[in-house]
Design a protein around this ligand. Sequence first.
Ligand SMILES: Cc1cc2nc3c(=O)[nH]c(=O)nc-3n(C[C@H](O)[C@H](O)[C@H](O)COP(=O)(O)O)c2cc1C
Length: 331
Amino acid sequence: MQIHDISLENPVISAPLAGISDRAFREIARVHGCGLLCSEMLSSMALVYQNRKTLNMMSFSELEKPISIQIAGWRSDIMAEAAKIIESFGADIIDINAGCSVRKVLQNYEGAHLLRDFPRAREIIKSVVKAVNIPVTLKMRKIWSGSYDETLNFAKMAEEEGIKAITIHGRTPLQQFSGKADWEIIKFLKSNLSVPVIGNGDIKTPADAISLMKMSGCDGIMIGRASMGNPWIFSRIIAGIKGQKVPFGPDITERIDTALKHFRLLIEYKGEFIGVRQMRKHLAWYIKGLKGATRLREKIFNLNDYNSLVNIMIEYRDKYNEQENKIICRS
Ligand SMILES: Cc1cc2nc3c(=O)[nH]c(=O)nc-3n(C[C@H](O)[C@H](O)[C@H](O)COP(=O)(O)O)c2cc1C
């Protein structure tokens, strides 16, 4: 897949996930083959005012390239300034957030609010595109009314103003995450736009990815929730869309070892205090569905230091394997 002058090794893209898709998460996703990594949404205002935490959130490594950094904002001048900062840090793509429907974001006239305000959205897109030389993309939802034609009008406006790819999540802002994502809107945009269209929403398995690509003809697919604690989704989907045999999911050893690798990266980038607190939810996702996961999760949420968490994960892994071996030996 190609986004303007950026070639992706494959069309499988990891979604921007606030509070989740940080550098550690993205590096793990890249190791599992993900074609394009996206940062979590960054506030354009915070970037321009050099907020240290936000600047840290923008940092990325060579391993992560190509990488797209997402910004949210309501002022075109600030969005343009933020875009310049991101470009100067060496990012490959800038993504404009027109899809976030969290109340706090909407109250600031940002995210999906832009879908209600064509003139402002146009002004923002125009200013950001003009400010940088790297490709600018847009992530949007279905328009508030749910109308296909209005959604297309918005996307066409973005295309006219120089947006180089559009990600569409097939839900309206009012729907948040309820119901099922509408993949027909992805097909509708794909058949009416010239820029690449990336389909998003409810892709949970390689079979989902294959069927969305087939039915919509979309150029790329973006995976969000299904990748939490599950970076294997990327390699499995890539194999699936290439027509190769889809590998089985990971065994317990691989799951825990990958979780621990993720943990080490998080500690390296954010330090122990923050790393431990942020890793608890990731660990819970990594063990989801495993025997004894509920009890382990309770323990995880009561531990506050790196070594205790690592020990409990290793102990769990070894005990699990021991029990499995016993079952195999007995049968
Ligand atoms: C916890 C969480 C955080 C999210 N953060 C962002 C964000 O920062 N920017 C954005 O454009 N979308 C964000 N989204 C939306 C996702 O990128 C994606 O569009 C949505 O989850 C649908 O895809 P999925 O069904 O594969 O999860 C977020 C979603 C979740 C669940």
